[in-house]
Design a protein around this ligand. Structure first.
Ligand SMILES: [Zn+2]
Length: 275
């Protein structure tokens, strides 16, 4: 009897340790590094030498005047990706290894878990060499969201449900225009195909994230130029074949290459929404 009471007390005393062990964060060392990097960015936000940065080439003011009216720059785009990896754990690890040099603000697992890995105001490294309209440094103006998906599978409904919750928050908080919810494949048509063609862009557009074409499509005039329409939407048409492929993947869930008659009608309808 006494022995069982003793064992019971030991078990109760051990509970906090067992609890702590269960929730031990394996990313503690990289989280510490993350905090240091945030601190160093805050340091460089101050003006060097009280603003006297052109001392050799232009006339200097007699004293420094710092404005009192400023804020942080806001993201204006959301770029959606698939991870092309095999698990959420693999992606979390990838985004904490310096040599990969890639990251995203959010990673959404198949079960709907949302990992925020970076403050929205910071610049993640998810877009790479890309272009949309005349914008090229898209990392500087966007939030990157990675969906755990190897590129060859459908997207889980729990994952999409969480994505919609996140998009709602981001759109409201930063007043992101409806047209500015796009995919990595849209901004880097020669290099990327994510999110894969199974991604439910129409569902997103119905919810207010991204534009979509009408159910009824009017015929295009004989002088209609589909490549100008692609450019109006935002696609980089330097490689027109790649631009068409990206457009078809996003708006028609179609992986075939050439533009067909229906694609042309969709383009004609869609371009007017981007004017
Ligand atoms: Zn991507």
């Amino acid at each position: 009897m006494k022995k069982s009471i003793y064992v019971g007390i030991i078990a109760i005393l051990s509970l906090p340790f067992i609890f702590t062990a269960c929730f031990r964060n394996p990313y503690k060392p990289t989280n510490k590094k993350h905090t240091h990097q945030i601190d160093s960015l805050t340091d460089i936000a101050e003006l060097p030498n009280n603003g006297g940065i052109f001392s050799d080439s232009v006339k200097q003011p007699p004293f420094w005047v710092g404005t009192t009216n400023f804020g942080l720059r806001k993201p204006n785009f959301v770029i959606i990706h698939h991870t092309a990896q095999n698990s959420c754990e693999e992606t979390l690890k990838t985004f904490t290894i310096p040599r990969t040099a890639v990251s995203a603000h959010y990673v959404i697992c198949k079960d709907g878990t949302i990992h925020q890995m970076l403050n929205d105001y910071m610049r993640a490294q998810h877009a790479g060499i890309s272009k949309w309209g005349n914008l090229i440094d898209i990392n500087s103006s966007s939030i990157g969201i990675e969906l755990d998906n190897n590129g060859f599978e459908p997207f889980d409904s729990l994952q999409i449900k969480s994505l919609l919750v996140l998009l709602n928050r981001l759109k409201q908080k930063y007043t992101i225009p409806t047209a500015n919810f796009i995919g990595h494949g849209d901004i880097a048509p020669t290099r990327k195909n994510d999110p894969n063609f199974r991604f439910p862009w129409k569902l997103l557009a119905t919810s207010g994230y991204g534009l979509w074409f009408d159910d009824t499509l009017a015929p295009a005039p004989s002088n209609f130029n589909p490549y100008i329409a692609l450019r109006i939407i935002g696609y980089d048409v330097k490689d027109s074949t790649a631009a068409v492929r990206s457009f078809k993947r996003h708006f028609l869930q179609d992986t075939s290459r050439p533009l067909n008659a229906v694609d042309t009608l969709v383009l004609f309808n869609l371009q007017r929404k981007y004017f």
